[in-house]
Design a protein around this ligand. Structure first.
Ligand code: FE2
Ligand code: FE2
Length: 278
């Protein structure tokens, strides 16, 4: 199974250049084209939140029109810039229509994906309160033998990036870690929010914050606590569950694929043979 992770698409008003430089809708179109060009094709595309820069029905409809071009099915979770009611209005087929949170489980693939809603309305950081941790604990308890991914928008770890919030989760990180430790079938925690790929150990497993399709945040761990947007390439992640084809393969392998136009590739090997002299 191949799972593509996109994140932090921050769809804005049509044609708007965010920070005077970034057309986030065009950036998503380029990412969709690159995902559709993957061979083999992904089984699922998961968005880990901040779908729009300010959640609204028109912006979610614009997002939906762009991702309608994906050849793979997609799922999504909310980020701090999103609006639950507007998300429900547009994505009622993908999200629960009742209850406060947008928790749900995607259970149609080799990897079971438990999607959490870590949003605190009106705040940038997130939380996993007792109610949300209990929901997650119960869902993980339902299928202890299924290889599982837990997705939430806010990374539960401290990245060392001093300019943004010290860690994505304001509250509940230790409780979340305790839940994860109880369920060793969790192979990865997938998050977004930090607009660049970051990996950390968490709760006895691996946590990964995926890259953004629009404007990355610059790597800054200095004392001046600078947060900046940079023109590094946007990217998406490809999580490859290799045991479908090779049972003794390592469990889940994560790649980061930048999106952009570069010189064409120079093929070195084909079917194990050098095709280019050095
Ligand atoms: Fe974001
Ligand atoms: Fe965010």
């Amino acid at each position: 199974m191949l799972l593509v992770q996109i994140s932090d698409t921050h769809i804005d008003e049509p044609g708007n250049q965010v920070y005077g430089r970034f057309d986030t809708s065009d950036a998503l179109r380029r990412a969709v084209a690159a995902i559709n060009a993957l061979d083999p094709a992904p089984d699922l595309v998961l968005h880990t939140g901040d779908i729009a820069s300010h959640g609204s029905v028109p912006r979610y409809e614009a997002f939906r029109d762009i991702v309608a071009e994906l050849t793979a099915p997609y799922g999504l979770i909310p980020g701090n810039h999103d609006d639950r009611a507007a998300l429900r209005a547009v994505f009622g087929d993908l999200l629960p229509t009742t209850g406060e949170f947008l928790h749900h489980v995607i259970d149609d693939h080799a990897l079971r994906i438990v999607c959490c809603d870590s949003v605190i309305v009106g705040e940038a950081p997130g939380e996993m309160c007792a109610e949300r941790c209990a929901w997650l604990d119960a869902r993980l308890g339902e299928a202890p033998n299924r290889p599982t991914i837990v997705a939430l928008h806010h990374p539960p770890f401290y990245s060392g990036m001093t300019g943004s919030s010290a860690k994505g989760l304001k509250r509940g990180g230790e409780d979340l870690a305790a839940v994860i430790r109880r369920h060793p079938q969790v192979l990865r925690i997938l998050a977004g929010h930090v607009h660049r790929p970051i990996t950390a150990s968490f709760g006895g497993t691996i946590a990964f914050a995926g890259p953004t399709t629009c404007y990355p945040f610059g790597l800054d761990m200095g004392p001046e606590r600078i947060l900046s947007v940079v023109s590094e390439p946007p990217a998406f992640a490809v999580h490859a569950w290799l045991q479908d084809a090779t049972p003794d393969a390592p469990g889940l392998v994560t790649h980061v694929q930048p999106v952009g136009d570069w010189d064409p590739p120079i093929t070195l090997l084909r079917e194990g043979r050098f095709v280019l002299g050095r």
